[in-house]
Design a protein around this ligand. Structure first.
Ligand SMILES: [Fe+2]
Length: 157
């Protein structure tokens, strides 16, 4: 049944497309953070191993919330690896696991990419698609990524 919540059908479709792309980004970053958790080496291993676990746990929650937001708008959440690969704006270029700095920098770059996307989507969802619920959700999400990015950046400075 189609939601009757005061947002035009075509706008719910556009917002769902935007959220599914975000879902692909979040899933890709989740896998990259898992990779960091498993494969990091060197001094401070134990600390970083735990730190990356905290971050992928947060991303796991984000993934679920983004997918369920798509369902609230009456559309289906993208849920195949093939689709994520096609939709994501992040890359899966090989990380140099020999250097902790390169792992941290790669993850930081990805968070910052997502933050920039979110900043523009917050305005688009409210102004263009009149979906204040999604706009509010994305604002909160942007703040969560800003915090995760700060923590990654703190290891680098
Ligand atoms: Fe683990």
């Amino acid at each position: 049944m189609k939601p009757n919540i005061g947002i035009a059908d075509k706008h719910m479709q556009s917002v769902s497309n935007l959220l599914n792309m975000l879902l692909a980004d979040e899933f890709t970053l989740y896998v990259k953070t898992r990779n960091a958790h498993w494969n990091v080496t060197g001094p401070g291993f134990s600390e970083l191993h735990k730190f990356f676990e905290e971050q992928y746990t947060l991303l796991d929650e984000v993934i679920d919330e983004v997918a369920e937001r798509v369902r609230m708008l009456g559309h289906f959440a993208v849920a195949t690896l093939a689709d994520y690969r096609q939709l994501t704006r992040l890359t899966e270029d090989k990380i140099d696991f020999g250097k902790q700095e390169s792992i941290l920098r790669t993850l930081l770059d990805d968070h910052e990419t997502i933050i920039r996307v979110l900043r523009s989507d917050v305005t688009r969802t409210s102004d263009e698609y009149k979906d204040l619920g999604t706009s509010d959700f994305l604002t909160g999400l942007m703040e969560r990524h800003e915090k995760m990015a700060w923590m990654l950046r703190a290891y680098l400075s």
